[in-house]
Design a protein around this ligand. Structure first.
Ligand code: CAA
Length: 412
């Protein structure tokens, strides 16, 4: 029996800041961001977009054309949680009008809980082949203004339907994992921005990659050459280049110029979307996979290695084989339009969005309306977040089921 990804959709905020603008204001050579970090733009969510609205936007697209009544599990992976108790998955479940006989939970371990959630979903579907799991990863990467992490911010969500009827990638359940208690990046409950020991985090990422690969390789007896492409967790795209070369030089021997060029060719397409969006934490490895599958049309039957790194840290290496006909099911055109139609913002608007705070005392608030996709955070009342469905587009009317459309008016 095959298990894997039946559908995959990405959502990113409509607004972005060009890192040339940030470089100019911060008095930095733009080459440091464009070449040094490999980032050109970073997504900036407006006040009425949060991890729930982004997750619902991605999940809605992932569920198009899929019988939602067979979804009995919603896993939402994030490290930008909006509540200490209630899972963001429950909000998304409601917004999408998913069946009541369903379980919905939130998963957390920095950027790695999405990949771990995927492995859990695969194991579940292997035992219950008639059920489908909706896995949603959604995050907002925030660092202190003027910190070295500032240019590595971003936001986005990726949603996957995991089932025994995969149409895009068949995934193996063998994975190699590595856990180590380190303080390279963390966010205490009382802070809105992550704290990070940047240079140290890069070292730990690379160490964790080698250890996770070793565990995966000893389990599967596969070599690097058995993998046609690789997708990495992408805090910034140069991180993947550094990491992949580190892996290749450790396990494939030799450091010739040709070997480096060949190695980088194996990750190039996976970097494109993240270069334009920035870090999306849990979502980033799936945004990378989406970028690869959308950009390359000759991957049928090819094995793709995936590496997820979550600071703190937990890392996982796993892989899958791209299925025949996958081009019919990837959402390449929609993703291209989503990125193309975004709006560039000024530095002042970036500051305005960054500094916006929802009330923390239970007072009423209606968030200013911006472009968010189909779902938005309308405001807060009595300490409760209120989400609403934005007017539907004709294409959605054609594809949404009456049940789903009826359920998404507004919730509190
Ligand atoms: N033109 C071209 N390149 C330039 C340049 C210029 N004018 N000026 C500098 N550079 C290069 C530097 O040489 C350097 O390249 P190398 O790494 O190849 O030497 C690169 O630009 C970055 O320069 P610095 O190292 O000086 O940058 P920095 O110290 O200001 O910050 C950072 C870099 C540490 C990654 C910082 O952005 C950061 O802390 N980011 C957040 C943490 C992070 O993303 N960590 C990654 C691993 S942890 C993880 O993956 C989990 C997660 O999601 C957070």
């Amino acid at each position: 029996m095959k298990v894997g990804i039946e559908s995959l959709a990405v959502h990113v905020p409509h607004y972005y800041l060009d890192l040339k603008t940030l470089a100019e204001v911060r008095g930095v050579d733009p080459g440091k961001f464009y070449q040094g970090l490999g980032q050109e733009k970073m997504a900036v969510p407006p006040p009425d977009e949060d991890i729930v609205s982004m997750a619902a936007n991605a999940a809605y697209r992932a569920l198009e054309g899929i019988d939602a009544s067979s979804v009995d599990t919603v896993l939402l992976a994030t490290e930008s949680g909006i509540d200490q108790s209630k899972s963001a998955a429950v909000y998304v479940h409601h917004l999408l009008g998913l069946p009541a006989n369903c379980k919905a939970v939130e998963l957390k371990q920095a950027c790695s809980s999405g990949a771990v959630g995927l492995l859990m979903a695969l194991a579940y579907v292997a035992v219950h082949p008639s059920r489908k799991v909706l896995l949603v990863t959604s995050d907002i990467a925030r660092y202190r203004m003027k910190s070295s992490g500032e240019p590595t911010q971003g936001a986005g969500a990726a949603a996957l339907v995991v089932s025994a009827e995969p149409r895009i990638v068949e995934l193996g359940q063998e994975s190699g994992s590595y856990t180590e208690d380190v303080m390279d990046f963390w966010r205490p409950n009382y802070m809105d921005e992550a704290l990070v020991d940047g240079k140290y985090s890069i070292k730990v990422y690379q160490r964790a990659l080698l250890r996770a690969w070793e565990a995966y390789a000893s389990l599967t007896h596969r070599s690097l050459d058995d993998h046609h492409r690789f997708c990495y967790h992408l805090p910034f795209t140069r991180m993947a280049e550094k990491a992949h070369l580190h892996l290749v030089h450790a396990f494939a021997g030799g450091k010739t110029r040709g070997a480096t060029t060949d190695a980088l060719a194996k990750i190039r397409s996976s970097l494109h979307y993240n270069r334009l969006v920035g870090n999306s934490y849990t979502a980033s490895v799936f945004v990378a996979l989406s970028s690869l599958l959308d950009l390359e049309s000759d991957l049928e039957g090819r094995r793709v290695g995936l590496f997820s790194y979550g600071s703190g840290c937990v890392a996982t290496f796993f892989s899958g084989v791209v299925l025949p006909g996958y081009r019919n099911f990837v959402q390449a055109e929609r993703h291209a339009a989503l990125l193309r139609e975004r709006e560039e913002i000024t530095f002042q608007r970036y500051e305005e969005f960054y500094n916006y705070r929802l009330p923390r005392d239970g007072s009423e608030c209606a968030t200013p309306r911006h472009q968010t996709g189909l779902f938005r955070l309308a405001g807060i009342t009595g300490h409760k977040r209120i989400y609403e469905r934005v007017a539907a587009e004709p294409a959605e009317d054609r594809q949404g089921t009456p049940e789903r459309k009826g359920a998404v008016a507004s919730i509190s």
